[in-house]
Design a protein. Structure first.
Length: 455
């Protein structure tokens, strides 16, 4: 159901789908990036219709290459019976529904360029069951791409959307920052109430718990569900301001929020099975940028802009410490050698966007032993490395580790022969591209330890 959007905490927002075709050059590949689908609102009560814009980008894979200027062909013939197409100035129309657009060259190091912003507007008498596809192809020098398309449908209903608030980095723990966004109705029908979902990660705190919201704490932060009573008619925009305190444990934080037309069913689905606590403070309200017209209730036409995520990073550190173990046994015994990652703080560490492990630990079996059991988050490297066993193992922690918390991984070792004082180095990978420990850990010296057998 569409309402599941509100329950998707900290998994990131969904991006526009990509239409692609094969490239005909060995050293590179050309791509066409477009939305996979778009909904056109039908006519408003006054007979006018709102325009949608299709953003088309051209990208390529090999950034060491330069790509010459090229041409994008857009065919919207399937829309002729229900939509009007507006072409930008750099596109040459071959008909009302077909055009060729020039796009600029991509020097080496350039991933992509904008190719066209195409306007679509439903005709006044458009059938609400109408649909069709806009198809694209492109070429630049010896590179070509084909097969991209955007499915266009016409529908009646509201279309709530959130603007993208700017990301904020380098924040100071103990300060308060505001996330400012705009709620707009881009559809052709109004909503009389809005269901707002908010999620602040663990290092952030809402400065107030509003009486028209209910709150739920969880391992990675706090969520809020709010019912906003302001009617939002087609074309109206409202300012939404959320104040957040940056806590002393903050480091890599994010704030997520989404909007839907309110319904009892949407609220119950968003609540799920967890317990929610009502707020007691002043109501959270939308602040009108413009306001007019009456309200109605319906489902949202297009969910692609209902959800936004905002990064709020703090200037802080977290000292990870690796703790090894000493074990003893006779030949033939299997022993458990725990390896622990401890976060000494002061910040928690989380990879809420990329979903990377807080720490990846690397080790080999000590001399005279064989690794016979590992937790599911561990595994061998496919390429052998130098060392007593020739096999290197990697173990990954979860994607977050609270301040003062530890995560232990039990390694099962079989003692094949007793080697007095056999030992192996256990260390973290400090430069994982998704979450480099060296960027936040002020003391890398304690990111190395040992497993010792019969020492």
């Amino acid at each position: 159901m569409k309402h599941r959007l509100l329950g998707a905490a900290l998994v990131g927002c969904a991006l526009a789908a990509v239409g692609i075709g094969p490239a005909h050059a060995v050293s590179d590949q050309l791509w066409i990036s477009v939305p996979s689908e778009t909904v056109l609102p039908g006519a408003d009560t006054d007979g006018s219709a709102r325009e949608r814009t299709l953003e088309v980008r051209i990208t390529h894979d090999n950034l060491d290459n330069s790509v010459s200027a090229g041409r994008l062909t857009v065919d919207a013939s399937e829309l002729a019976s229900f939509a009007q197409v507006s072409w930008p100035a750099h596109c040459t129309p071959e008909s009302a529904v077909r055009a060729v657009c020039d796009f600029p060259a991509m020097p080496a190091g350039t991933e992509g360029v904008p190719a066209a912003r195409i306007g679509l507007r439903a005709l006044p008498d458009a059938d609400l069951s109408a649909s069709g596809s806009v198809r694209y192809s492109a070429s630049a020098g010896e590179l070509s791409a084909a097969g991209a398309e955007t499915r266009i449908t016409v529908a009646d209903g509201p279309d709530l959307g959130l603007s993208q608030a700017p990301w904020q980095r380098g924040l100071t723990p103990g300060t308060v920052h505001e996330v400012r966004a705009t709620v707009a109705n881009n559809g052709n029908r109004a909503v009389d109430r809005t269901l707002l979902w908010l999620n602040a990660s663990y290092g952030l705190r809402f400065t107030e718990r509003h009486s028209n919201c209910e709150y739920q704490e969880h391992a990675t932060g706090m969520s809020a569900l709010c019912v906003l009573d302001e009617a939002v008619a087609p074309g109206e925009q409202y300012a939404l301001v959320t104040a957040l305190r940056v806590g002393r444990k903050a480091l890599y934080e994010r704030f997520d929020h989404s909007v839907l037309p309110y319904s009892d069913e949407a609220l119950e689905e968003a609540r799920g099975d967890g317990a929610w606590t009502p707020g007691t403070g002043a109501e959270l309200n939308l602040r009108p940028v413009s306001a007019q017209r009456a309200a109605a209730e319906d489902e949202d036409l297009d969910l692609s802009d209902n959800y936004r995520a905002v990064v709020l990073d703090a200037r802080n550190t977290a000292d990870l410490k690796l703790i090894g173990s000493k074990v003893r046994g006779a030949a033939g015994d299997t022993v458990t050698a725990p390896v622990t990652v401890h976060n000494r703080g002061p910040a928690w560490v989380a990879s809420l966007g990329a979903g990377a492990a807080v720490a990846t630990v690397r080790f080999q079996a000590p001399e005279g032993t064989t690794v016979v059991g590992l937790p599911e988050e561990c595994g061998p490297l496919s390429e052998p490395e130098e060392g007593p066993s020739g096999t290197t193992y990697l173990c990954r922690t979860p994607i977050y580790l609270h301040d003062k918390a530890s995560y232990t991984m039990d390694v099962q070792l079989r003692i094949d022969r007793v080697v007095r004082g056999a030992r192996t180095t256990v260390e973290t990978l400090n430069d994982d591209p998704e979450l480099p420990i060296s960027r936040f850990d002020p003391n890398l010296r304690n990111n190395r330890t040992e497993i010792v057998v019969n020492g």
